[in-house]
Design a binder for this molecule. Structure first.
Ligand code: SAM
Length: 268
């Protein structure tokens, strides 16, 4: 009955649902987007707490179930679509007059990162993202430099948000049980990104290239990347940015990535 390929692990523990609701600090005038309502368990609590809930579910088999469980809520709208196919910025403009929304969801784990990055990169007006993710993904999102979990996902998310752990979640609160532990994480979206970046695409490319080969020095990682710059050029750029070419990507903080990518943006 459950589609493993669609990441269907349904929440069955009210305490965890209440923790998600509490962690979302929902107010009566809040607009909510829920990705993957499933059978509507969390959606009902969101509908009680907020002004309006837009629930986006990919699985058309679940739509009649949702119509049934959520039928009595006049403030819930169900959309049958892959969230990744939607123009979310336009949707928020149409449905919520462009008001900032909160995203609250127990995310399907096979597409966690693309979903989070879609909300952030497409500049959807979002205040907060409170989501259940794999524990390992939450650890990577909030990791600091020089730790094993720090990587391009940490930098990409922290560029836009301040992450906080809401609660850890055991496997036993889902049907069926997933293979991994989970964590509810809250991403408080910053009014302005943490650092000033000339070209966001170049910033993300530089970050990804810096982490691509974790044991390599920055000099090597960046010269053998798709940035199209040779070793001498990278050497010169790193010197201008006061970054030791022997350092590794994992030691750079977000400000250093910004300085480096701004310099590279002027060349590529
Ligand atoms: N919210 C429910 C709960 O907490 O019990 C279900 C959560 S389940 C982990 C993830 C849900 O996301 C499933 O209902 C699945 O069908 C849906 N889903 C998977 N991929 C999706 C996508 N790309 N767009 C929208 N919904 C998706």
């Amino acid at each position: 009955r459950f589609s493993k390929s669609l990441g269907q692990n349904f929440l069955i523990d009210e305490n965890i649902i209440l923790k998600i609701i509490e962690g979302s600090e929902i107010k009566k005038d809040d607009f909510i987007i829920e990705v993957g309502p499933g059978i509507g368990t969390l959606t009902q609590y969101l509908a009680e707490a907020a002004k309006k809930v837009l629930a986006i579910e990919i699985d058309k088999k679940l739509i009649p179930v949702l119509d049934e469980t959520l039928g009595s809520y006049s403030n819930v709208e169900i959309i049958n679509s892959d969230v990744l196919d939607l123009d979310l910025k336009k949707m928020v403009l149409d449905k919520f007059c462009g008001e900032k929304v909160k995203v609250v969801a127990n995310l399907p784990y096979y597409v966690t990162t693309p979903i989070i990055m879609k909300f952030l990169e497409e500049e959807v007006p979002v205040k907060d993202i409170v989501v259940m993710v794999q524990k390992e993904v939450a650890d990577r999102i909030k990791a600091k430099p020089n730790t094993k979990d720090y990587g391009s996902l940490s930098v990409a998310v922290q560029y836009y948000c301040k992450p906080e752990i809401v609660t850890k979640v055991p496997k036993s609160v889902f049907i069926p049980n997933p293979n991994v532990e989970s964590t509810v994480i809250r991403l408080k979206v910053l009014d302005n990104p943490q650092v000033e970046v000339i070209d966001r695409k170049v910033f993300h490319r530089v970050v990804r290239a810096s982490f691509a080969k974790r044991r390599k020095t920055l000099l090597n990682s960046l010269s053998f990347s798709n940035l199209g710059l040779n070793k001498d050029q990278i050497k010169e750029i790193l010197a201008c940015c006061n970054i030791d070419p022997k350092r590794r990507g994992e030691s750079l903080d977000i400000e250093e990535f910004a300085v480096l990518s701004n310099y590279i943006s002027k060349i590529v």
